[in-house]
Design a protein around this ligand. Structure first.
Ligand code: RP5
Length: 162
């Protein structure tokens, strides 16, 4: 069986952000396939990816793009699979452009929208894992352990030089 998660991004320049989604999926033992699919520079690749994603065996798609970030919404228009959009932090407008491009989808074509930048990419990975965990008990256990370990790392009192 192929990877259940596709991580797609508009440009090579998005990878330093999107690698955060990949890293957390690796930590949770979830396979992914990472690809560059540009809504504007490779529209034919976008169309064939979106149309073929379910047949390829993907269950969840994480899509990250910056600036005029049409990639997540266009993929959502082409597939019934859940699409999690990551607004990549742009240079000119700090990712506000990316965020607004992804979040304001018309009714009927939902795109889950995460935070701008690294936190959004990490959370997209965790979110994808929690969707898959609905039907994967072992993954659900790994996810619970991951969350518990995160909780356990938070000290009750602050120190001067952590
Ligand atoms: C978007 O334009 C990409 O998702 C990227 O965030 C941004 C800039 O792309 P490059 O000019 O760095 O390739 O399509």
């Amino acid at each position: 069986m192929g990877a259940p998660v596709a991580i797609v991004m508009g440009s090579q320049s998005d990878w330093p952000t999107m690698t955060k989604a990949a890293a957390v999926l690796e930590e949770l033992g979830v396979q992914y396939d990472a690809r560059i699919v540009s809504a504007h520079r490779t529209p034919d690749r976008l169309h064939s990816f979106g149309k073929g994603a379910a047949d390829e065996g993907f269950k969840v798609i994480i899509a990250g793009a910056g600036g005029a970030a049409h990639l997540p919404g266009m993929i959502a228009a082409l597939t019934h699979l859940p699409v999690l959009g990551v607004p990549v932090q742009s240079k000119a407008l700090s990712g506000m452009d990316s965020l607004l491009s992804i979040v304001q989808m018309p009714a009927g074509v939902p795109t889950g929208t995460l935070a701008i930048g690294d936190a959004g990419a990490t959370n997209a990975g965790i979110f994808a894992a929690s969707i898959l965990a609905l039907e994967d008990e072992a993954l659900a256990e790994r996810l619970k352990a991951f969350r518990q370990a995160q909780t356990d790392k938070v000290a009750e009192k602050p120190v001067d030089n952590p």
